[in-house]
Design a protein around this ligand. Structure first.
Ligand code: FAD
Ligand code: 2HG
Ligand code: ZN
Length: 483
């Protein structure tokens, strides 16, 4: 990968323009004139510390008009940019590849309005997901998306990646929940499509291009989103199972018996839970060791009714020997502890140094077979072992069972070309053979960009390129990524 020579290099004159425009000292981190290398480092490297760029400038706009002026100037001067939210993305999309200017959205963090009757929230893109959800909790509503990075990721970043997360099973995807978008195109045009209508069939639904667009056609500055009523009763069960066959049976039973109150059904294999134990040292929720674990959450309006339903469900799946052992959270602390065994996996896996991550959609019957096949392959190649001479710590899987979305993770002691050669294109070919997707929810960024062809036809890719060229003819928006 080479830096495009058509892009201008940052000069002092450019920096002065941005300083004058934004007016606030903290809104510009200038790596050119003073030694800001330490300050700028956090914006140049991603959450996994796997991708690192060399931007010399971070700008933090405080309004949509400022975003417009920044982009127009960059477009006129052929300065490449990378939009950045909470920088928690897992495909290297939010950091520069070379010297792109980072446009960080953290200062645009106001809730603009909330309508208690319709449940529609309008907010700036830079609002942190957890802040939005806490605001809604006070109003008995809930953000229809939840994920492990909620304390840092921004709702604009969530929409830009079309994040899926832990509640998709219940509330559906952002393509359905986001009602409107305000965005800025590279030429500075402000696209005001901040509709608060549930229904609006007047022409193409252009906002959908920004949802999952990963900052390649414009910057999202605000969103409007329909938020459901918050369920007063939330219950969680965690159980151990002996085979993936039984996991599927448990999922069918959960849908059948818990139906309208089912709000999450998550899968964790035994290996992932063992590694969480190793890293955190916490007491495990169940005695013994099972090859699979599931976390089931219900959300409803009546605590007694819901706990009874979940209790009956648990008894029934144990009686049918679908589930070997299980526990129901008795209070809020235990509920959070059970969730931490699922939500905390990603963070714990970083413990050994690096992780190869694959975020895949696979028809549900085959979902876990890939983990076994990958483990066999790496083991045969002599790459997996307990002591430091082996690069691979383990091969494991977890994910959003309810959405047929597997997270295949390979924690390693060091990134290793031999391991990479064994994993790719093997994983992508495996998924392609089953008509799955090589990126279920994290997006393409730089990590998956070259592999789009495993999930999309040449016609689809060509259509995407047309759209990219139409909105961003100079190619300044998040270059080298996506398509
Ligand atoms: P960033 O990482 O800053 O950016 C992500 C992409 O969006 C980049 O391409 C960036 O250029 C672009 N972008 C950001 N803001 C804007 C904007 N305002 N306008 C235009 N483009 C923009 N993802 C899931 O789908 N489900 C999960 O369950 C999940 N769990 C996670 C758990 C952990 C612990 C972590 C670290 C990540 C997880 N993710 C998950 C990844 C997920 O993509 C991000 O957490 C989140 O959606 C990204 O938001 P962000 O604000 O951090 O965006
Ligand atoms: C999750 O579901 C996230 O925990 C992260 O999507 C998955 O780290 C991963 O591979
Ligand atoms: Zn996920």
């Amino acid at each position: 990968l080479k830096r495009h020579s058509k892009f201008a290099k940052l000069t002092q004159e450019h920096v002065t323009f941005f300083q004058d425009l934004l007016g606030v000292e903290s809104a510009v981190i200038d790596g050119l004139s003073k030694d800001a290398s330490e300050d700028i480092e956090a914006f140049n490297s991603d959450w996994m510390r796997k991708y690192r760029g060399h931007s010399q400038l971070v700008v933090k706009p405080g309004s949509t008009e400022e975003v417009s002026k920044i982009l127009k100037y960059c477009n006129d001067n052929l300065l490449a940019v990378v939009p950045q939210g909470g920088n928690t993305g897992l495909v290297g999309g939010s950091v520069p590849v070379f010297d792109e200017i980072v446009i960080n959205m953290q200062r645009m963090n106001k809730i603009r309005s909330f309508d208690e009757v319709s449940g529609i929230l309008v907010a700036d893109a830079g609002v942190i997901l957890e802040v939005a959800d806490n605001f809604l909790a006070d109003k008995s509503h809930i953000f229809p998306l939840d994920l492990g990075a909620k304390g840092s990721c921004q709702i604009g970043g969530n929409v830009a990646t079309n994040a899926g997360g832990l509640r998709l099973l219940r509330y559906g995807s952002l393509h359905g929940n986001v009602l409107g978008i305000e965005a800025v195109l590279p030429d500075g045009t402000i696209v005001d499509d901040l509709s608060t209508l549930r229904k609006n069939n007047t022409g193409y639904d252009i906002k959908q291009l920004f949802i999952g667009g990963e900052g390649t056609i414009g910057i999202i500055t605000a969103i409007s989103i329909v938020c459901p009523q918050r369920s007063p009763a939330v219950n969680v069960a965690y159980f151990g199972l002996e085979s993936f066959e039984q996991v599927q049976n448990a999922f069918r039973e959960a849908k059948n018996q818990l139906s309208e109150i089912l709000s999450a059904f998550e899968l964790m294999d035994g290996r992932s839970q063992r590694l969480v134990k190793t890293v955190t040292g916490k007491k495990r929720p169940l005695e013994g060791d099972h090859p699979f674990y599931c976390l089931v959450e219900t959300s409803g309006s009546n605590t007694d009714h819901d706990s009874e339903k979940l209790q009956t469900f648990l008894e029934s799946v144990m009686e049918k020997e679908i589930v070997s052992d299980g526990v129901l959270a008795q209070d809020q602390t235990q509920l959070q502890d059970l969730w931490s065994w699922r939500e905390g996996i990603s963070e714990c896996l970083g413990h050994w140094g690096g992780v190869y991550k694959y975020d895949l959609s696979i028809p549900i019957a085959d979902l876990y077979t890939l983990v076994n096949d990958t483990r066999d392959r790496l083991t045969k190649a002599g790459l997996v072992g307990e002591d430091d001479s082996y690069p691979v710590v383990d091969v494991l899987g977890y994910g959003h069972m309810g959405d047929a979305n597997l997270h295949l993770n390979v924690p390693v002691r060091r990134y290793d070309k031999e391991v990479e050669k064994q994993l790719e294109p093997f994983v992508y070919e495996w998924v392609q053979k089953r008509s799955g997707s090589i990126s279920a929810e994290h997006g393409l960024g730089i990590a998956k960009k070259s592999f789009i062809g495993y999930s999309r036809s040449p016609t689809m890719v060509a259509l995407m390129k047309q759209i990219k060229n139409l909105y961003d003819p100079n190619g300044i928006m998040n270059p080298y990524k996506y398509i």
